[in-house]
Structures are given as C-alpha cells and as structure tokens.
Design a protein around this ligand. Structure first.
Ligand code: NAD
Length: 465
C-alpha cells in the first residue's frame, strides 16, 4: 500500500492523503463484496429504498463541508460544487424511488397452460470506475442505482479527486447497507484494471475517456458493462435562432466546470448569415465570466483540474492558430494566480474540421466557432466526429428542430438550451456508431442496465393448488 496525495488545483496545497490499494486490498474488497452482494440480493427493494434515502439525508446534513472539499480537490467554483452535492443527494432519492417501481411484464404463453412472469435480479459485484470532473455526482450516478438494484458496489474514484467519492461511500456504509455492499478502493488505472479483470467481479460501470473505455471493454470480456465515455458536442445556431439566448448558452457550455465536462460545448456551428451578429454577443457574454479563486462566490471559472488538461489546451490552440484560426479572446494561461492552471474563457473563430479543436474533445474553457451555409452542411459537420454524447440546436422552427433531432448522431439532442443541460432522470449516454459508449445513465435507465431480466415460465395445469 502506498500513499496518494490529493493536491488542490486552486492553491497547489495538499488537501488530503489516501491509501492506494495493492493486490491484497483488491482481493479483500472483492471477497467482502461477494458477501455483500449475497446480502443485498436478500434485501427487499423497499428496504434498499429506505437506506438510499438515508444516504441522501447524510449527504444533505454535511452539504456545506462536502461542497468545500469538492471545490478544493477539483477546482470547480463553490456554487457549482454546492449544486453537485445537492444533485448527488437527489440521485440517491431518485434511485430509492425507482427501486420501488421496478415493474416487469407478465406475458401470456402461446400454450394456454403457461404463464410467463419476469423479475429484475441484481447483476452481482460491480466495479465502478469514475473520472475526476464530477467527483461526487458521477460516483452517485453509479453507486445509487447499483445499490437500488441489489448489487454490491466497489467504487474506484479518480486518483485526482478521491475524497468526494470516499465521502459518498462512507455515507452508504453509515446508512446500514450490509457489510461489503459499498466499498471504495483508491489508486490509478492499475487498480481499475485489476478490478475489471478479476473473475469475481461480475459487471463494470465506467465513466471516463474513450481511450480508457476501450481498454476496459477489452479487459472485461463478456462481463456486463455500462460505458459512458468522451463527448465532442456541437451547439448549432441556425439563422432563425434567438441569438442572445444562443450566445448565453454557448458561453455557459464552454465555461461551466471550466469546460471540463463531457457535455461541454466543444464546437459552435453557426449559420454564416448570422455569424457577424452572433460574435459580438458572444464576446459580450464572455466578458461576464469571472476567472478566479473557486471559493469566492463571484467566480464563474475556477482553475483547470490538472496539468494534462492545460497541456492539451495549449496543443489544440497552437494547432488552430497554425492552421489559420483566430483567437478572439483568451488563448493562454492567466498569470497572477497561485497555480499555472487558471485559464480564461477562450473564443476561437475560423475553426475548420481538420483542426484538433474540432476533431478532439478539448475539455477546457474554449469555444471554437465554425460556420455552415445550410442545415445539410450543419448536420454533416456535427456528425463529422467519432464521438456522440449530447448536441444542441438553436432554431425557432419546430420542423427544423426535428430534422436535427432525427439526423444528429448523439445520445441526446437539446433544442434551444445548452449542450450542458442535465437533469438526473432522462436517459443519457453515447449514440451507437460512435465511440462514446453504451448503456444509459439516468433515473430508472441505470437501474434497468444494472439489473438482469429473469423469466419464469410456469405451467399452471401441472402446479399444485
Ligand atoms: P480517464 O479515462 O483517464 O480515467 C477515468 C477512470 O479510469 C479513472 O478512475 C482512472 O484511474 C481509471 N483508469 C485509467 N486507466 C484504466 C484502466 N486501464 N483500467 C481501468 N481503469 C482505468 O478519464 P478522466 O480524465 O478521469 O475523465 C475525463 C473523461 O471522462 C473525458 O473524456 C470526459 O468526456 C469523460 N466523461 C464522460 C462522461 C459521460 O457521462 N459520458 C461524464 C464525465 C466525464
């Protein structure tokens, strides 16, 4: 076992030390989880629901402290962290209620003596592997439905932001779930890999980059997997759109969580005829963004979480400039802060499909603008990506909106709001024919994914009275 230091991107100070799991810890956690899974299967859904509500109560009781810790380990503004903690509690409440409503069909048999009944059974021991950008929300999105479905959950949070996930699992343990039903293992990719490969782990829930997703899917073989990977979401602005609303949504989509969000506005596709009118609105909106200390209430953009994101931003912007893109605002790290991770909102015009800004997920506070002439071109540009999570379209025409809804390759399409729109219950995930993954997170949909349909075929004539 070795120690992992958690450093604040805001101050550069150490904000925590956790123990990284070694092979013995992995074996012990899986052994305990196997017992936990047996006990969970015995626990009635209504009892699981009661305990999930207790987890939510415990999160809410410590909300202020948890939000501060979340800000310190992730760098996100305190307002966003406060919302994230509240949403995590809400996710536990949703899972609790969905556990009670898990209806399954009863079917007539072709043979009139047969009755076909179905039930939802747990998948068993889950390895839940999560990223750093929503250190509490994403663990909640996986742990809550795993427990609601009667599974045991081993959470492996990001090595960069383990504290919030640990607090969440501690709340689940305190809420009275059976021993081994919810545990946490810290460490980097090697701990995640050991969990995925272990024969006594039955299923995997993963949220993170598409590169890691590929490695996990290969290692998981035939185990059940729920895979939520990277995005490169476009916001499309048509010539009939409310341009002020579109500008506000685009700036929000590029700056929320410093752009370190799977549904961030990674590309802004603007109809050529309104480009001249939209750009000043964007710049005006961008001026309102306040980069600074994430513990200050007025701050809307905190530091990036880690150096790898800053380096990727530098690489993407240098490539854009070399290929003829024009930086309208921002464009480099901001000086005068305690760490070199503070990055102002950056707007780049003249972005073309061969640029890295367009092709890859940048994951920072950058708004790359590309123009199109008609809907066909906008659809082609939007779909010119191997990622497809959530897209947005601004138009005042319902007919046009549905054209985009039908043709954009994305798990979800938001009409007249930001790509960053999120609520805990709609189905959310990658579109097929993309590398964003499969399965759906959100409300009952995660619970369906994390349970197995068991069918019973009963010959009524041959059963005793
Ligand atoms: P990452 O893929 O680097 O890491 C995610 C997790 O996987 C971490 O816990 C890490 O330790 C672990 N890991 C790394 N290698 C592994 C391996 N070989 N086997 C098992 N586990 C391994 O991602 P990140 O940088 O933490 O997160 C950012 C990415 O997550 C972005 O691409 C973002 O779009 C994506 N994301 C997606 C969603 C979604 O819902 N689709 C939500 C949030 C973030």
């Amino acid at each position: 076992m070795h120690e992992l230091e958690v450093t604040s991107p805001a101050t550069g100070e150490k904000v925590g030390v956790v123990s990284a799991a070694d092979a013995d810890d992995v074996r012990a956690a899986i052994g305990a989880a196997r017992h936990g899974a047996e006990a969970m299967e015995e626990m009635a859904p209504f009892e699981r629901a009661e305990r999930l509500h207790v987890v939510a109560d415990l999160i809410e009781e410590q909300a202020e402290e948890l939000a501060r810790q979340l800000t310190m380990e992730s760098g996100k503004p305190i307002g966003e962290a406060t919302d994230e903690v509240a949403e995590s509690a809400d996710i536990f409440r949703w899972a609790a209620e969905e556990a009670k409503r898990l209806e399954t069909p009863a079917l007539p048999g072709a043979d009139p003596n047969k009755v076909v009944l179905t039930f939802r059974k747990p998948n068993g021991v889950y390895a839940l592997i999560t990223p750093w950008n929503f250190p509490m929300n994403i663990p909640a999105e996986l742990v809550a439905p795993a427990l609601a479905g009667g599974n045991a959950a081993i959470l492996k949070p990001s090595e960069l932001t383990p504290l919030s996930g640990m607090a969440l699992v501690a709340a689940a343990q305190e809420a009275g779930f059976p021993e081994g039903a919810a545990t946490v293992l810290n460490g980097g990719g090697e701990v995640g890999r050991a969990l995925v490969e272990h024969e006594a782990v039955d299923a995997v829930g993963f949220v993170g980059s598409h590169q890691t997703a590929e490695a996990i899917v290969r290692a998981a073989g035939l185990k059940r997997t729920l895979i939520e990977a990277s995005g490169n979401g476009p916001q499309i602005v048509c010539d009939d759109a409310d341009l002020e609303a579109a500008a506000a949504a685009a700036v929000y989509g590029a700056s929320f969580a410093s752009g370190q969000c799977c549904v961030a506005t990674e590309r802004l596709l603007v109809q050529e005829s309104v480009h001249g009118e939209l750009v000043p609105l964007l710049l005006e909106e961008a001026q309102r963004a306040v980069l600074g200390d994430p513990l200050e209430a007025a701050t809307s953009i905190g530091p990036l979480n880690n150096e790898a994101v800053a380096l990727k931003m530098e690489r993407h912007l240098a490539d854009a400039v070399e290929r003829g893109g024009e930086i309208l605002v921002g464009g480099a790290r901001a000086g005068g802060f305690p760490t070199p991770l503070y990055w102002p909102l950056t707007v780049v015009d003249g972005v073309t499909p061969e640029m890295l800004l367009f092709r890859e997920e940048s994951f920072g506070p950058v708004l790359p603008i590309t123009t199109f002439t008609d809907d066909e071109e906008a659809i082609d540009l939007a779909n010119d990506s191997d990622l497809g999570l959530q897209s947005a379209v601004f138009t005042s025409s319902l007919k046009r909106a549905f054209r985009y809804v039908n043709r954009l390759r994305a798990g979800s399409i938001v009409v007249n709001d930001s790509t960053d729109f999120w609520e805990p219950h709609p189905p959310f995930g990658g579109a097929s024919r993309t590398r964003t993954g499969w399965g759906r997170i959100g409300g009952k949909y995660t619970l369906l994914d994390m349970t197995d349909l068991r069918t019973a075929i009963i010959d009524v004539e041959k059963t005793d009275d």
